[in-house]
Design a protein. Structure first.
Length: 340
C-alpha cells in the first residue's frame, strides 16, 4: 500500500508539472449536475440488470467515491450497410433497466443512460454506413426515443443520444432531427459519446448540452507506467481539448475512459487484448495520469470509467486482465481521488 501511494504520488507530480494543472480545485464547479465521477456497468444479456449481484455492484461503485453510474442497454444489427437496429436476447429488458435505475438512485448514484448499437458479428460500430440513410435514421430514432422516454419516466439525470457511430455522425441534418425527437421526450442533460478520433468531425454539438468523448487516446508508443511518459502523452491532448471546448463554448465529458490491466495498456487503451501479461501497475498509473492531467480544468465535466465487474459467467476477459479496476491498485487510485 505504501508503494502504491508513492507510485501514484509520483504520477500526480509529474503530470501536474508537464500539464500545468493544480489539484487545489472544487470538484463541484458548475456543470449540469456537478462534475461527473462515474463508472459504467454494462449489460450483455437480457436479464443482467435483474441479477442478484446488481445491488452489490452498485454498492461497490458508490464505495469508490463515484457519484454516477452509466447503463448501456444495447440493440444490434446484422451488417453495416442494409440492416437496422433491433433487440436480441442480449438486449437488457426494459424491466431490468427500470430496476437497475431504481437501485442506483436508492444507492445515492446519479444515472446516465447510454444506449448502444452494436453489430451481431462483433465488428466495430463505427463501420455502420447505411446504404439507405433515411431508413436507418428512422429506425434509429425509434430506438433512441424509446430509451429517452424511459429515461424521462425514471428521472434519469443524463442521456446519450448515440455512441461511437462515426460512420453516420457527420450527417448533421439527420442527427439534428434525432436530437430534436429526443428533446421532445426527455428534458434532461444530453450528450453524444464520440470516439476520441471522431469528435472533431461532428457538426451537431451545438444541439447538445455537453461534448462527450470516449477518451481512448494512446499515451505512449509502448508499455509504460512511467509518470513522465504518461504526462507527456496527455499534454497535447489537453491543449487540443481546451481549444475545442472554448471554440464551441461547451464543457467536455469523458463519456468513457478506461485501461485494461495488461502490459501496454497506455499504448492501446481501446483494446481488450493488448497482452496476456497482467500489469495492474500500468493500469493504475494510467488512471492516475488521466485524473491528474484533467483535474482543475474548468472545461472538463468529468469521467465515466469503463467499466466495473462483468456479470458472472459473461466476461470474455479474465478479471485480472480486464478493464475493471475492482480489487486492483486502480480502485485505490479512484478512492484516493474521489473520497479525499
Amino acid at each position: 500500500m505504501r508503494a502504491l501511494r508513492r507510485a501514484t504520488a509520483a504520477v500526480t507530480a509529474a503530470v501536474a508539472v508537464l500539464t500545468g494543472c493544480s489539484s487545489d480545485t472544487d470538484d463541484d464547479r458548475p456543470t449540469p449536475h456537478g462534475q461527473v465521477r462515474g463508472i459504467t456497468l454494462p449489460a450483455w444479456n437480457t436479464d443482467d440488470y435483474d441479477r442478484p449481484e446488481a445491488r452489490r455492484y452498485l454498492r461497490q461503485i458508490a464505495g469508490t467515491g463515484a457519484r454516477w453510474v452509466v447503463f448501456t442497454p444495447t440493440w444490434y444489427q446484422n451488417g453495416t450497410r442494409r440492416s437496422t437496429p433491433h433487440t436480441t436476447e442480449e438486449t437488457a429488458s426494459d424491466r431490468s433497466v427500470r430496476r437497475i435505475v431504481g437501485l442506483a438512485h436508492g444507492a445515492g448514484l446519479k444515472v446516465m443512460l447510454k444506449p448502444h448499437v452494436d453489430l451481431v458479428d462483433g465488428g466495430d460500430r463505427a463501420g455502420i454506413r447505411p446504404a439507405d440513410p433515411d431508413a436507418w435514421f428512422t429506425a434509429y430514432r425509434r430506438f433512441i426515443t424509446h430509451y429517452a422516454r424511459l429515461a424521462g419516466e425514471l428521472d434519469v439525470e443524463q442521456f446519450a443520444v448515440g455512441t461511437e457511430l462515426a460512420g453516420t455522425s457527420t450527417d448533421r441534418r439527420r442527427w439534428t432531427h434525432v436530437i430534436d425527437a429526443v428533446r421532445d421526450t426527455y428534458d434532461g442533460t444530453l450528450t453524444y459519446a464520440a470516439n476520441y478520433d471522431e469528435y472533431a468531425r461532428i457538426r451537431f454539438w451545438g444541439s447538445l448540452d455537453l461534448i462527450g468523448i470516449d477518451a481512448y487516446w494512446p499515451l505512449a508508443d509502448s508499455a509504460t507506467a512511467d509518470p513522465a511518459r504518461l504526462a507527456k502523452g496527455w499534454k497535447p491532448i489537453v491543449a487540443e481539448l481546451a481549444a475545442f471546448s472554448a471554440r464551441l463554448d461547451k464543457k467536455i465529458l469523458f463519456t468513457e475512459a478506461g485501461y485494461v490491466s495488461q502490459r501496454g495498456t497506455a499504448a492501446e487503451p481501446y483494446s481488450w487484448t493488448v497482452s496476456e501479461r497482467a500489469a495492474a501497475d500500468e493500469q493504475s498509473a494510467a488512471y492516475d495520469a488521466l485524473l491528474t492531467a484533467l483535474d482543475g480544468r474548468p472545461w472538463w465535466a468529468g469521467v465515466c470509467w469503463w467499466m466495473w465487474d462483468d456479470w458472472p459467467d459473461s466476461g470474455e476477459t479474465a478479471p485480472r486482465l480486464a478493464y475493471t479496476p475492482h480489487g486492483k491498485p486502480a480502485e485505490q487510485v479512484l478512492r484516493r481521488w474521489w473520497r479525499a
